[in-house]
Design a protein around this ligand. Structure first.
Ligand SMILES: Cc1cc2nc3c(=O)[nH]c(=O)nc-3n(C[C@H](O)[C@H](O)[C@H](O)COP(=O)(O)O)c2cc1C
Length: 422
């Protein structure tokens, strides 16, 4: 694939080099187009060495080839990283005053803009107006991350992780992903990862959930405009999704407490983030693998092998069923989504197990997927069936966890619309 990486004049310009590396590692042909301001932050030599292509910095480079026209016309994907506030304005207004903006005017391929700037700039109504206008015109503008900015300050406006930018960019082409703003104004709580139930300070009972599906759901929901909190258990995520409030937990009971806080919009919780919205949630998606049991007692010190104090058995207590509890409560959100990670057997198929689980949990939607030692857990792909409380059954083909997330969110949007029309 031929990918153009445009680079704006922001402090995060050096991170464009890591995005370029992600693309070249995957075998893509990359052309870098820094703006004049970007060239004050990173040198052409770095970009030429990383891409193996000459940098096209001005419309007067390579005039016989008319590069300001050809580079954009031949591109399969354009990614602008970082997109400064000034670039957002220029692109939204159809500017053609440098090589990058003329390339963007010529491009008919998917375009991803990854903004980065200080929080006040990002939240400024002029900037938000430009973002809305770009999205209306079919350009995907990533939600920036919340976190440490240039100096000691932190807030919304941080550039998302380079690996996430590259993953989302490729999904625009390979999976034809789109991010309509159909969840704007909604609060969504997603759980992901596995829980750990302590036996002693060293050992625990756990499971093999990686958190990838929960993170994909949270990232896609945020990109579709929702205010998202991810309640995240143990995980092996390469990065935390951008634009999402993450609350990290260990045990099933910790997860239950944080989910309940989030559902009612309780910002008094000990680890509540200032960005959290004190508004009840509209949707709960339980993608976490929650332990059914925990040890009756947790030892204060490590249980020593062969010592008189070593127990010869560990008794277990049943953990609360978080989803069933929420469904039965007075703070049930408008839409509840569960997951059933199943292994079928000779008598019962994965789908039959999923149908039974939907009845038991009473949620609105249930994503049923088959798991195994090398299947689903920790893998980039997923698939299965999306079952509805109304008896609907939709097959979800094997695809990336981001695409599976989009199927679930599409169904969630439909249920939210039905609920509002009642
Ligand atoms: C040290 C420094 C850091 C800057 N960082 C940012 C930034 O992160 N985001 C932003 O929108 N502008 C930032 N600016 C301002 C831009 O450089 C300025 O608006 C410039 O005109 C952007 O040009 P462009 O349209 O080529 O990106 C920064 C400026 C300086 C001097």
């Amino acid at each position: 694939m031929r990918i153009v990486v445009g680079i704006g004049g922001g402090i995060a310009a050096y991170k464009a080099c890591m995005v370029i590396r992600e693309f070249t590692k995957a075998g893509h042909d990359v052309v870098a187009i820094p703006t004049d301001a970007a060239r004050k932050f990173i040198g052409d030599a770095t970009l030429e060495a990383l891409t193996g292509n000459p940098v096209s910095a001005t419309v007067f480079d390579g005039v016989p080839e008319v590069r300001h026209v050809h580079v954009g016309a031949q591109a399969d994907l354009v990614v602008v990283v970082p997109t400064t506030a000034n670039l957002l304005r220029r692109i939204a207004n159809g500017a053609a005053n440098d090589m990058l903006t003329t390339t963007l005017l010529m491009a008919t391929c998917p375009v991803l803009l990854a903004p980065a700037m200080h929080t006040q700039m990002w939240e400024n109504p002029h900037v938000q107006h430009n973002v809305a206008r770009l999205r209306e015109n079919g350009i995907t503008v990533m939600q920036p991350d919340v976190g440490r900015l240039t100096g000691p300050d932190s807030g919304a406006g941080r550039l998302p992780e380079p690996a996430e930018i590259a993953e989302m960019a490729l999904s625009l082409v390979e999976e034809k992903a789109t991010y309509p703003q159909d969840l704007a104004g909604r609060r969504i709580v997603v759980s992901g990862g596995g829980t750990q139930e302590a036996i002693d300070p060293v050992r625990y009972l756990g499971n093999r959930s990686s958190g990838l599906q929960g993170a994909a759901l949270a990232a896609c929901a945020a990109q579709r405009g929702a205010d998202v909190t991810l309640v995240l258990g143990a995980n092996s995520l390469p990065y935390k999704p951008a634009g999402v409030t993450v609350r990290e937990v260990m045990s099933a009971r910790d997860m239950q407490r944080d989910i309940e806080d989030e559902l009612v919009g309780n910002t008094d919780a000990e680890d509540a983030q200032p960005s959290q919205n004190a508004q009840p949630a509209d949707v709960l998606i339980m993608a976490a693998a929650v332990a059914d049991f925990r040890p009756d007692a947790v030892a204060d010190v490590k249980l020593k092998k062969g010592a008189a104090s070593e127990p010869d058995r560990i008794d277990l207590t049943r953990n609360p069923d978080i989803l069933a509890g929420v469904v039965a409560s007075d703070h049930k959100p408008r839409v509840t989504v569960g997951f059933a990670a199943e292994t079928g057997d000779a008598d019962t198929s994965v789908l039959e197990l999923g149908r039974a689980k939907l009845q038991r949990k009473g949620c609105d939607l249930l994503m049923v997927n088959e798991v195994g030692f090398d299947k689903t857990f920790g893998q980039p792909i997923n698939g299965g069936w999306l079952l509805g409380r109304d008896g609907s059954e939709q097959q979800v083909p094997e695809s990336s966890k981001r695409t599976v997330a989009q199927h679930i969110l599409d169904a969630t949007v439909e249920l939210l619309a039905e609920d509002s029309s009642r």
